[in-house]
Design a protein around this ligand. Structure first.
Ligand code: ATP
Length: 207
């Protein structure tokens, strides 16, 4: 790694919809890690959410674009939605590493992902490819225990960065539930995302 190596945080997820928890924690992570860029990448379909109703990829990407406008270190990528679902982070990471030379790519994940990490495609190889930067999330332990069924050598091979980002008790599920109940979501999503949800009548049916 050279002094001018770019630091990119890959923030993948369903983003159905993107909310202020994603935005606040990503901004804090970007500052804490002195990253050059946070790349928000909506999954075509998460392998963990197959069969679950979801807004279209184009709606989810459009809401990300609205939400990040004005933050020069935030970008949105359609990489995963251009490939057939499900979206596997291992494949995405390999593609990104080819596309971005001289770039240190870290995976930004919430602490709720750790208990499922062993089920990620090629997790042991993935852990050898990239560092994890972990966002604390209300209700999830920040004890840095190795997740079950993960090769201890792979777990030890890379640092895992437990970030000191603020605990943000917002989830997309909560946002969708409030919309379905006709309740306001201001403060949970940026105003432009709230307008988009209203204009396109998203999430009116409870899942
Ligand atoms: P859902 O409620 O639909 O499961 P979600 O709010 O968890 O959605 P995702 O799009 O699934 O949002 O999450 C994308 C990434 O952001 C994941 O790594 C997740 O752990 C993380 N994340 C989501 N919300 C928060 C939050 N409030 N604080 C920290 N990390 C978060």
């Amino acid at each position: 790694m050279t002094a001018n190596t770019k630091k990119l945080l890959l923030f993948g997820g369903t983003f159905d919809p993107i909310h202020n928890g994603h935005l606040a924690t990503a901004a804090a992570a970007c500052n804490e890690l002195a990253a050059d860029e946070v790349c928000f990448m909506p999954a075509a379909t998460s392998p963990f959410k197959l069969g679950q109703a979801c807004a279209s990829a184009s709606h989810r990407l459009a809401m990300i674009e609205l939400a990040i406008a004005g933050n020069p270190r935030f970008t949105a990528s359609d990489l995963e939605i251009t490939f057939p679902p499900p979206s596997y982070t291992f494949n995405t990471l390999q593609r990104l590493q080819v596309m971005h030379s001289n770039t240190n790519i870290l995976l930004l994940i919430g602490a709720d992902q750790l208990p499922k990490l062993h089920a990620w495609l090629n997790i042991n190889e993935l852990l050898r490819l990239a560092d994890l930067a972990i966002l604390p999330r209300p209700g999830y332990s920040t004890a840095p225990a190795a997740p079950a069924q993960i090769d201890p050598a792979a777990w030890a091979a890379r640092p895992r960065l437990w970030l000191a980002t603020p605990l943000t008790p917002i989830s997309s599920t909560h946002v969708r539930q409030r919309v379905a109940l006709g309740l306001p979501i201001s403060g949970l999503v940026p105003p432009a995302v709230e307008r988009y949800i209203n204009q396109h009548a998203l999430y009116r049916q409870s899942a």
